[in-house]
Design a binder for this molecule. Structure first.
Ligand code: PLP
Length: 456
């Protein structure tokens, strides 16, 4: 029998509902707190930033949530996405593993981000909003939301982390093509940006700073809302379309993964692939390990503390219960820009505490080495973020070899690296280095945070 490389789900089989893990979490989420009063926030507190449909999804405990027809129709431009069996990579690793990967790089903007950009733009349009603001790190999120806003006739203002703005000029052109305005952050357009620039005129920016700027602009105008590309519950839920497709595709392949791996920035692509498999574990008793792969230079899950912290640098967002390095954390100028966020999503953080998901941190040189190996074997040039998952796959393969037992691995190839070639050039030129995150750094950051008790 000839090898089946692609596992293709027909368009007619596209999932019509998202999966909401909040229905099945053994420990319910702690509530977000108001940044000033420190009291739990209610839906009304979030109304200046988000449309009510998204706020209700944020707190919903309904297990299955219908995907609106208008959203499904756009999803079908690139979904269902393919799953591949990585035969050549398996051969290269020479270990007793079967490796499958879900490829989200086939979306118009090149990653999983449009899976939530499209519904977010849709619900804002439906609520009568005219304009959105957002931040972007590597440019993947800004690109995805630019297209989604273009489709639904919304204006968009994107605050792009300055280091990425300089490293990835073509991401900016892509956003401009879809009609968005892109501003390097920190900027002098906002109070938050001016404050950061006054303290450090050469600031590289960070996701936390860009979020502060975008939130400030959104609260200023009645017709403007804010949109976030990761971390929040509704964002993770939108991304579950990835894993719901993957569960069906694994079934088509006649396999079930022993381990599911994805890179971890704020948690959305990891959650998107992993949570439908966690559902299989919690509800159907399947055995599967869920492994998040994060950069050693921004190791929120493996080195951070679980506590209440702000989502942004300046402290304008609600306080969220999450593993964090501190909202004042300034990550090094790492090429995996999409992973440079100080905190992990509340849902994944709580599941970590409950020992239902696991994490490991990997240095950037190991990641690029893995990415280049993968490109040589499977032909797809991965986004620097995605190379973290590939490095974890290689570690799993080595473990399986030592154990002498077959392991079935599924990972999320969450984006291609076609706008990240500068990173590869720097890697080939020997200009990249590993970054070490010290405990002193962590304690200094955390000491500045307000101590808000976490119920036992
Ligand atoms: C944004 C992004 C990430 C990190 O964000 P998550 O919310 O953790 O998914 C990872 N990979 C790519 C390609 C991205 O664009």
């Amino acid at each position: 029998m000839s090898k089946l490389r692609k596992i293709i789900l027909p368009e007619s089989e596209i999932p019509r509902q998202w999966y909401n893990i909040q229905a099945d979490m053994p420990t319910p989420l702690l509530p977000p707190l108001h940044p000033a009063t420190k009291q739990p926030v209610g839906p009304a507190d979030l109304a200046p930033l988000f449309p009510m449909d998204l706020i209700m999804q944020e707190v919903s405990k309904e297990r299955w949530v219908d995907i609106p027809e208008e959203v499904l129709d756009i999803y079908k431009k690139w979904r269902p996405t393919p799953m591949f069996r990585a035969y050549d990579f398996e051969k290269m690793l020479d270990a007793p593993v079967k490796i499958y990967y879900k490829y989200e790089g086939t979306s118009p903007s090149g990653s999983h981000k449009p899976n939530t950009a499209v519904p977010q733009a849709y619900y804002n349009k439906k609520a009568g909003i005219k304009r959105l603001t957002t931040e972007t790190g590597a440019g993947q999120w800004g690109s995805a939301l630019s297209y989604a806003c273009q489709h639904f006739g919304l204006e968009l203002e994107v605050y792009m982390v300055k280091i990425s703005y300089l490293q990835k000029p073509y991401r900016k052109i892509m956003m401009n093509t879809w009609g968005a305005e892109v501003i390097a952050s920190p900027s002098d357009r906002t109070e938050a940006g001016r404050k950061i620039l006054a303290a450090d005129p050469n600031s590289n920016g960070s996701l936390g700073i860009a979020i502060s700027e975008a939130v400030e602009r959104a609260v200023m105008r009645e017709d403007t809302n804010y949109s976030l590309g990761s971390v929040l519950n509704h964002v993770l839920m939108h991304q579950t379309i990835v894993g719901l497709e993957a569960v069906k595709q694994m079934e088509m392949a006649g396999d079930f993964p022993d381990v599911v791996i994805a890179p971890f920035g704020g948690g959305s692509n990891f959650a998107g692939l992993a949570l439908p498999f966690l559902h299989q574990k919690l509800v159907n008793g399947k055995k599967v390990k869920l492994l998040a792969s994060e950069p050693a230079s921004c190791p929120k899950l493996t080195k951070g503390e679980f506590r209440y912290d702000f989502g942004d640098t300046v402290g304008m967002t609600p306080l969220m219960p999450m593993f964090t390095l501190g909202h004042n954390f300034m990550p090094p100028a790492l090429h995996a820009g999409g992973l440079r966020y100080h905190g992990g999503s509340p849902i994944i953080s709580q599941l970590m505490r409950d020992d239902l998901v696991h994490a490991e941190a990997i240095q950037q040189l190991e990641c690029f080495k893995a990415g280049v190996m993968f490109a040589k074997a499977e032909a797809i040039l991965p986004a620097p973020e995605a190379t973290h998952a590939i490095a974890s796959v290689i570690r799993q393969a080595e473990e399986a070899k030592q154990e002498g037992k077959e392991r079935v691995i599924l990972f999320n190839l969450c984006g291609h690296g076609h706008f990240d070639l500068q990173a590869y050039e720097d890697y080939f030129a020997g200009k990249l280095q590993d970054h070490y995150f010290t405990d002193e750094q962590l304690y200094a950051n955390l000491k500045e945070l307000e101590d808000i008790a976490i119920p036992a």
